[in-house]
Design a protein. Structure first.
Length: 319
């Protein structure tokens, strides 16, 4: 299992380098540094240097002089919108959506929570329980988060840096959000929100904590890998989408996820459809599906394919 942490707090080059090095040592495979909108473009200037420096480190020798199997973590940068109202959030999204691989908004205020859950251009609602006595979520927001594929983020740092009553309130909020997740199936991601090397914990320690408050193995897997990877992969496709969930491909070869989709001009009855590895039916392209063969002109495919992307499944549509 790989571990993605989509919320490390970026500050400056030296601090960011120390932070990603420490996180990589503790077993994290993908790290995303978040910045304020004001500091994001400045951070992009040293992103390549940060990646080069991280990739040059030899993790076969750790501070305990033990051999390890750690690989260099992948690195990305995103934006975390703090203390903004709905109008300010909308302006920031319009400005940075095509520049950033990841955009999250700090929750807490119910108006902000709802505004974020209703906006499909935002990736994550972070800490909807922030400075609240309840979880900041309800069945209306859960339905909107599911409909717009907005992930809800739970931060381990809220447990690590707090004590007594506040920590108990946070754990209660985690459990309530988990209950909504099980019912409405919106994406739920788990992060550390580490700001310095002293906030970093091993993946094993954090998994043990979430297990102790009722998360199943599958929910932990989804929170640390499945949903974060979906967000990153989906955002790589955003620039080529003409409308929500529809990507335009200008190519003669339509190979998607290793499965060959043939778009036939004869009509929808002869349309080859592949979904989650299943075979197609009612088409003369069936023999070539799942064989690794690329598009053949004899099938009458058109020059443009519109592919509907739905986080884990896809269909070809006739154009």
């Amino acid at each position: 299992m790989k571990f993605y942490d989509l919320n490390l707090r970026g500050q400056n080059y030296d601090n960011d380098l120390a932070l990603v090095k420490e996180a990589n040592k503790f077993g994290w495979d993908y790290l995303n540094l978040n910045y304020s909108p004001e500091n994001f473009e400045k951070a992009l200037e040293y992103k390549d240097d940060l990646i080069d420096e991280l990739s040059s480190i030899d993790f076969n020798q750790t501070y305990r002089s033990k051999k390890t199997n750690f690989e260099h973590a992948e690195l990305s940068m995103g934006i975390n919108v703090l203390n903004a109202n709905s109008n300010e959030i909308r302006k920031i999204i319009n400005k940075y959506r095509n520049k950033s691989d990841y955009i999250s908004c700090l929750g807490g205020d119910l108006k902000v929570n709802r505004s974020v859950c209703e906006n499909h251009r935002i990736d994550v609602l972070s800490r909807p329980y922030y400075k609240r006595r309840d979880s900041g979520m309800n069945h209306v927001l859960a339905k909107e988060a599911k409909r717009n594929n907005v992930a809800i983020e739970l931060c381990f740092k809220d447990i690590l840096n707090n004590r007594l009553k506040y920590r108990a309130n946070v754990i209660s909020s985690f459990k309530e959000i988990l209950m909504f997740h099980r019912k409405f199936k919106f994406p739920l991601i788990l992060t550390t929100d580490s700001k310095s090397i002293y906030d970093v914990r091993s993946t094993r320690d954090i998994v043990s904590f979430f297990k102790s408050i009722g998360f199943s193995n599958e929910e932990i897997y989804n929170g640390f890998y499945y949903y974060p990877k979906q967000i990153i992969d989906f955002n790589k496709e955003r620039k080529s989408m003409i409308v929500k969930g529809v990507k335009i491909i200008d190519s003669d070869d339509f190979t998607v996820f290793g499965k060959v989709l043939h778009l036939l001009g004869a009509g929808t009855d002869n349309l080859a459809i592949v979904k989650d590895g299943a075979g197609a039916a009612n088409t003369n392209a069936v023999p070539d599906l799942n064989t690794g063969k690329t598009h053949a002109a004899k099938h009458g495919c058109k020059s443009v394919l519109l592919r509907v992307i739905d986080y884990g499944s896809f269909n070809a549509v006739n154009v």
